[in-house]
Write a protein that binds this ligand. Structure first.
Ligand code: GLY
Length: 375
């Protein structure tokens, strides 16, 4: 892979998109064009993060300007529409505000990010020791009611904002919540063979552990590829902040499961336990997340082990660029094709997803040693 070409590909697409998107927040593509959401669902910050990465790699301030253009949406959402937020608030404010503060020292961004971290911390349930997933969006609907006592695999990647807030404020309650949630994830979401449930349900009143349940994977006992990728990065970052060996061990084991189950082009099917792969989509977004996360993991390792995970990351990123990117499609607004958003709901099945694009760029920036990272 020619790294200069890849970098230029990311810069060119992002610059062109920025001129079109202005302050809008892209989510997924339809026929090569990004769709937008007023608040950005759970993904709005991956666009701002992509622009921060381009700014960091190029020092071109026009990317910084685009990254900040949608700031008013993140502010209004946090302060005026908090009911639209859930456990994914960590994603939303790490890549929109923590990133800005880390790169430029912007004090307003720091304040917003700290306020967001407080909202995430308040989702912690003492009984059960987990951060609550989602919200009861449809009262009376049994699945939705289950959300009162639900934890979710994606939430591991939302913990860095809590660790960061503990560092910034000196308030150890942020740290304690992050560690407690990571430990509960290790105990209930990660299975003995290091595959994982998508969600796990507790009795919301007593905190008694009940059962694992999937929403986005193939089945309750299956191994959803993107969930597995969230765990690699989630535990690697938990190790970064705590230096707890147990988190590093889990990060390696969940990574090994992910790597052992890839297809021959190093990209996973959307779920690793499909009884029949015929006609089923791959999920290139899971590959992007894993590639960036393997580089975080490798930073905490030495010798052959370090090289092993670095080489895997390179192979995945190379395959994404050579076989899945839009490098030969100048009018396609996505960077990475063939991502799968929500297979059971039939939503975003073969498209570009803004988080797939973001993590691809993060992986490339990490390979080039050109980012501080925003987690
Ligand atoms: N909310 C995270 C995901 O859908 O992967």
């Amino acid at each position: 892979m020619n790294m200069d070409q890849v970098k230029q590909f990311i810069f060119d697409k992002t610059r062109k998109n920025g001129q079109i998107f202005q302050d809008q927040l892209p989510t997924s593509t339809k026929e090569g064009e990004y769709q937008f959401d007023e608040w950005g669902t759970w993904v709005g910050s991956f666009w701002t993060g992509l622009n921060f990465l381009c700014y960091e790699m190029s020092q071109d301030e026009s990317y910084l300007e685009v990254a900040r253009k949608s700031r008013h949406r993140f502010k209004r959402r946090l302060y005026e529409r908090p009911e639209t937020l859930d456990h994914d608030i960590g994603f939303l404010y790490s890549l929109s505000c923590v990133a800005d503060y880390k790169l430029t020292g912007n004090e307003e961004a720091k304040k917003i990010a700290l306020d967001a971290a407080k909202v995430l911390k308040e989702r912690f349930r003492e009984k059960g020791q987990y951060i609550q997933a989602w919200n009861v969006w449809n009262p009376g609907d049994p699945y939705s009611e289950g959300n009162r006592g639900r934890m979710i695999v994606d939430c591991m990647y939302n913990l860095p904002i809590l660790f960061w807030a503990a560092e910034q404020t000196g308030d150890q309650s942020y740290y304690k919540v992050a560690v407690a949630h990571a430990d509960t994830t290790a105990k209930y979401l990660v299975r003995e063979d290091y595959t994982a449930y998508h969600t796990f349900v507790f009795d919301p009143v007593t905190g008694e552990p009940k059962y694992g349940e999937t929403h986005q994977g193939y089945g309750d006992d299956s191994c959803w590829a993107r969930g597995q990728a969230w765990l690699i990065g989630g535990f690697a970052h938990a190790y970064k902040y705590t230096k707890e060996e147990k988190y590093l061990e889990i990060a390696k084991k969940v990574a090994d499961v992910f790597l052992a189950r890839l297809e021959e082009d190093f990209i996973p099917m959307w779920d690793f336990t499909l009884p029949n792969k015929e006609g089923e989509p791959r999920d290139a977004s899971a590959a992007s997340i894993a590639a960036a996360s393997l580089l975080e993991l490798s930073q905490h390792l030495a010798g052959e082990e370090k090289q092993h995970y670095q080489q895997w990351s390179y192979k995945i990123l190379e395959s994404l660029y050579e076989n899945y990117s839009t490098k030969d499609e100048p009018n396609n607004q996505g960077l990475i094709l063939h991502a799968c958003g929500h297979r059971p709901a039939g939503k975003d099945l073969d498209c570009s997803l803004i988080y797939g694009d973001y993590y691809f760029a993060e992986g490339i920036a990490r390979l080039l040693d050109a980012t501080k990272t925003y987690w």
